[in-house]
Design a protein. Sequence first.
Length: 217
Amino acid sequence: MKIYDVVLFDLDGTLTDPAIGITNSVMHSLAKYGIEVADRAELYKFIGPPLHESYEKFYGFSADEALQAVEHYREYYRVKGIYENLVYDGIEELLIKLNESGKKVILATSKPEIFAREILRYFGLDKYFYYAAGANLDGSRTDKAEVIAYALEAGGVSDKSSVVMVGDREHDIIGANKNGIDSIGVLFGYGNREELENAGATYIAKTVCDIEKLILR
């Protein structure tokens, strides 16, 4: 295994479990269109990918309708949904160990950067991150490859061979591959082994402890 000096983390489904907040926000937005969802689990597929893409893919919204739906989503999310979130067990301990070992830890999420930074601050995790990179509120820079490229530039990272991306969905793995960096696909989030392996994950981690073993050995 390589020695990694820089660790990029996805947020939703990797550092935190945002299921309640995200699904409540999606339900709020869909209600504006007369769409009711009986089973919250049907909306877990919204966790990870850029929101506007999910409205288009799963509900057939046009590009303009999807952007409007995102605005309805944020009506709930920015007030309440953002805090309906839980840090996965062992994550803070992992971040502490990475910091103590001298690793540069950077957030790379397709969530709007302003929301991502607030989540890190709310849970007291912001102090472990060198930089928090995310999307823009206007819907730009939501593609994961773009976010990762931005995160590497903002973090002053030039040696890509020393970087690994940690995430739970295929978007994290594909984005890492497009940037020429290794990746760890995690199974405790909202992706599955088949999705992550098909996307080309360098490693698979079942647990938070497995991430530690892969990076710190």
